[in-house]
Design a protein around this ligand. Structure first.
Ligand code: SAH
Length: 220
C-alpha cells in the first residue's frame, strides 16, 4: 500500500513538472512524455529525493550535478532526434539525460570520466531495464572513434570551445548541442551542424554547467 501511495504521489509530481516545462515553452511531445514517465527520483542522491521533481539541478557524487529538467528538456528537443538515430552523450553523471535520450532514439553511447558515477548510472540502467545504452569510462573530449559517426551528440558539461574531435565524429547534416563558455561564468548552449566543408553554429540559451575536464579522472 505504502508503495502504491508513493507511486501515485510520484506520478502527480511528474505530471506537475511536465506541465511546468510545457508552460515554459517545451512543446516536443516525445520529450515531455519521456520526462513524465522516467522516475527522476531514481537518479538523484537519496538526500535530495524530496526535490527530485523540482525544476532544479541537484548535487550528485564526485562534486557533479544532475541537470535541471528544463535544460534536459530544452537540449533534447533542440537536438531534433529521430527514432533511428545513434546518439553520443558526453558526461553520463547520474544517467538521467542518457535515459531520456534512450527513450527517443535507437541507441545512446555515453562517456563519463568518474568511475563511481559511471557504475551507479549503469546500475540504474540495469534496474530500470534500459538495454539501448552503452557506456564508457574515459575522456569525452576524444569522443568515441570506434562508434563514430553519430547522428547527434549532446555534451552535458561546459567546454571552453567547441570540441573539435566531437565535430569530426558527427555525420554530415548531424547536430551537436554543447554548452560553451568559461568555468563559473556565462555559458551558452551552442547548436552545431556538421556540413560538408566544416560546421555552422547557432547560439541558443544561457546556461550554467559544471566544466568539461580533459582526461580520465584520477579520483574514482
Ligand atoms: N548528463 C548528466 C549531467 C552530469 S554533469 C546527468 O543527466 O546527470 C556533467 C558530467 O560530465 C559530470 O559527471 C562530469 O564528471 C562529466 N565530465 C566532465 N568532463 C568530462 C570528460 N572530459 N569526459 C567525460 N565526462 C566528463
Amino acid at each position: 500500500m505504502a508503495e502504491e501511495d508513493g507511486e501515485h504521489e510520484r506520478n502527480i509530481f511528474a505530471a506537475r513538472l511536465t506541465m511546468a516545462l510545457r508552460a515554459q515553452g517545451v512543446r516536443d511531445l516525445k520529450v515531455l512524455q519521456a520526462i513524465e514517465t522516467l522516475p527522476r527520483s531514481e537518479f538523484v542522491d537519496p538526500a535530495y529525493v524530496a526535490y527530485a521533481y523540482d525544476d532544479r539541478s541537484l548535487p550528485i557524487e564526485c562534486g557533479q550535478t544532475i541537470s535541471q529538467p528544463y535544460v534536459v528538456a530544452f537540449m533534447t528537443a533542440q537536438l531534433r532526434i529521430g527514432d533511428r538515430d545513434k546518439v553520443l552523450e558526453i558526461g553520463t553523471g547520474s544517467g538521467y539525460q542518457a535515459a531520456i535520450l534512450s527513450r527517443i532514439c535507437r541507441r545512446v553511447y555515453t562517456i563519463e570520466r568518474y568511475r563511481t558515477l559511471l557504475r551507479e548510472a549503469e546500475a540504474r540502467f540495469e534496474r530500470l531495464g534500459f538495454s539501448n545504452i552503452t557506456t564508457m569510462l574515459g575522456d569525452g573530449l576524444k569522443g568515441w572513434p570506434s562508434q563514430a559517426p553519430f547522428d547527434r551528440i549532446m555534451v552535458t558539461a561546459a567546454a571552453e570551445e567547441i570540441p573539435p574531435h566531437l565535430v569530426e565524429q558527427l555525420k554530415v547534416g548531424g547536430l551537436m548541442i554543447v554548452p560553451v563558455g568559461p568555468v563559473g561564468g556565462i555559458q551558452h548552449l551552442i547548436r552545431v551542424e556538421r556540413t560538408e566543408e566544416g560546421f555552422t553554429e547557432e547560439r541558443l540559451l544561457a546556461v550554467r554547467f559544471v566544466p568539461l575536464v580533459p582526461g580520465k579522472a584520477e579520483q574514482l
